[in-house]
Design a protein around this ligand. Structure first.
Ligand code: FDA
Length: 398
């Protein structure tokens, strides 16, 4: 049986970062992952270019039952620290909107950086090694895999959440937490497209591929100003993915289809400049034509000329366009979600080391814990921050 100081379950973003830091501290580190390749979620992230951090990442960008929990790790290893790491490796990257940083070439570059760091730190990464069971033994942990048994004094669980089961998502992390008496908060898919009720699907039939710059607001009052995208299954796009993390089954979302302007003022101008033109044609100058045509054909929007519009018509139109109500049927679930909301209760963990308070030598990092970032590089930044914090602390002499 192989014996090491630290075993990390999961060669994802958090696990590899943690393993490298522990290795640099002279710890013997073994990373176990059931996949054929390390960092499989990194490879598919950001459309293959990995949105590897967000320059503005702050605690407010994370959902967690204890909003203070992420402060320590984020402040000790910030987005700027990760940028400094990728700069040292000569990564070519670019800035997109809203502080998001993406690789110029491929997400593989990020995986290569993490593997190089692990290599320099003397970490062993064992792939196709599925962790089946964990037991407490002689003050350490016995880890049973399809490749045999391993023993360690400290065990780091970085096994991720439940999204993308095709990429090897398993509930092992939650099971280990429960086995050691830790509370696990209910999990749901987040950063995920909405599905629609049949009547809405029919209404939007033919709009697939249409994108609109909007501001979307949840019933709890959280808003995101980004694009929505009609798909053949429902609604997606960054604004929808963002709001999905704040949406509860049965709730509506309110969509401002013209967040940068006021339709009442626009119509005042049109009354001067284009009174004889149809509202439909004029609206098609500020919103996608096919969307307006669909709304007019369903009589959601009146088909009059601009001069025929009454004050009541304008008030109704303003309410409709600035506060368009959609009641999703559900979400596409873990199959397409980017992250899992909920997980190992952060009250069970030290926010400095990520060690379980009830189980010395057992650590939980990354998506398996109840920390979920917004869309835009925030989730990887949390993986780097907690991976670093845990890697610097794991298996400390007590
Ligand atoms: P992660 O899931 O990366 O790694 C866990 C590892 O554990 C996996 O490799 C798995 O094989 C392994 N494992 C699980 N069970 C095991 C077992 N029983 N035995 C052995 N190994 C086991 N975030 C972001 O910030 N920017 C972005 O651009 C994107 N884009 C994106 C796109 C898509 C399609 C998805 C699905 C997700 C994103 N994300 C993202 C989210 C991001 O990928 C996610 O937050 C991190 O990968 C989480 O990192 P972890 O290391 O915690 O888990």
């Amino acid at each position: 049986m192989k014996q090491v100081d630290v075993i990390v379950i999961g060669a994802g973003a958090a696990g590899l970062m943690c393993a490298a830091q522990a290795g640099y501290r002279g710890k013997q580190v073994l990373v176990l992952d059931m996949g054929k390749k390390p960092g499989r979620k990194i490879l598919i992230s950001g459309g293959g270019r990995c949105n590897f951090t967000n320059e503005g990442a702050k605690p407010e960008n994370y959902l967690c039952q204890n909003p203070h929990f992420v402060k320590s790790a984020l402040s000790r290893y910030s987005a700027q620290d990760f940028v400094e790491l990728v700069d040292r490796h000569g990564l070519a990257y670019h800035h997109k909107t809203l502080g998001q940083l993406f690789c110029d070439n491929s997400a593989q570059d990020i995986v290569d950086i993490l593997l190089t760091e692990c290599d320099w730190a003397g970490v062993t990464v064992s792939l196709r090694s599925e962790v089946l069971q964990v037991q407490k033994q002689d003050g350490g942990y016995l880890v049973n895999t399809n490749n045999g048994e391993f023993y360690c004094t400290s065990l780091v669980v970085a096994s991720g959440g439940l999204t993308m089961p095709k990429l090897g998502a398993t509930p092992i992390g939650y099971n280990i937490a429960k086995q050691f008496g830790l509370n696990v908060l209910p999990t749901t898919a987040a950063l995920v497209p909405f599905t629609l009720h049949d009547h809405d699907k029919e209404r939007f039939d033919g709009l697939s591929g249409i994108s609109i710059a909007t501001s979307v607001t949840s019933e709890s009052g959280v808003s995101f100003k980004e694009n929505i995208l009609f798909t053949h299954r429902g609604l997606s796009g960054p604004a929808i993915l963002q709001i999905s993390s704040f949406w509860q089954a049965g709730e509506s979302v309110s969509i401002n289809l013209l967040p940068e302007s006021d339709i009442t003022n626009i119509i005042k101008e049109w009354r001067e400049s284009n009174p004889k033109k149809s509202l439909k044609n004029m609206l098609a100058t500020v919103l996608p034509k096919s969307f307006i045509e669909a709304m007019v054909s369903q009589q959601d929007i009146t088909d009059k000329t601009i001069s025929q519009l009454s004050n009541q018509d304008i008030t109704q139109l303003s309410q409709y366009l600035h506060s368009w109500q959609i009641k999703p049927n559900g979400t596409e679930g873990y199959r397409t979600a980017e992250v899992t909301l909920g997980g190992v209760d952060t009250d069970e963990l030290s926010s400095k080391t990520f060690e379980a308070k009830k189980a010395p030598g057992l650590y939980f990092i990354g998506e398996v814990i109840d920390v979920t970032g917004w869309l835009g590089g925030y989730n990887f930044q949390f993986a780097w921050s907690c991976g670093m914090a845990c890697g610097l602390a794991v298996d400390a002499e007590k």
